[in-house]
Design a protein around this ligand. Structure first.
Ligand code: FES
Length: 147
């Protein structure tokens, strides 16, 4: 399985790693295929994602896609961030091996989950804007993750 240089580079030096202390939106998603987990933190001001960071408990492809996804949405409007697809993240990384495509879905879902959380904190129902996010509920194991 061959990874692109960009994937290897983002895996070795992931951008925007860690928690964001002043985050006003936090999203956590689990990958039902492998049980990996991603947490995304955003700080939104005037509709713009001023800061973003992530923590990924997952494979190298998941770390590289989270890193690239945070770079792609930093400084963008919420609307633009919601339009970011896993396909666009993969393209920015010069592709992923087919068996690793599911890993890139985590990044897209985590961004949506963080934006949903942001809207909820503002007292706005996120579902009409963001759509339904598969919740990672560790207690009932519905996400398939093992933590
Ligand atoms: Fe789980 Fe890649 S194998 S996210």
């Amino acid at each position: 399985m061959a990874y692109s240089e960009k994937v290897m580079e983002h895996f070795a030096n992931p951008r925007n790693v860690g928690e964001l202390e002043d985050a006003n939106g936090i999203g956590e998603v689990g990958n039902p295929k492998c049980g990996d987990i991603m947490k995304m933190y955003i700080k939104v001001e005037n509709g713009i994602i001023e800061k973003v960071s992530f923590k990924t408990f997952g494979c190298g492809a998941a770390i590289a896609t989270s890193s690239m996804a945070t770079e792609l949405i930093k400084g963008k409007s919420i609307d633009d961030a919601l339009k970011l697809t896993n396909k666009a993240v993969m393209e920015a990384l010069d592709g992923l091996p087919p068996v690793k495509v599911h890993c890139s879905v985590l990044a897209e879902q985590a961004i949506k989950a963080a934006v949903s959380d942001y809207y909820k904190r503002q007292g706005i129902d996120p579902e009409p804007i963001v759509g339904k996010i598969p919740e990672c509920d560790h207690e009932d194991g519905s996400c398939g993750c093992s933590v």
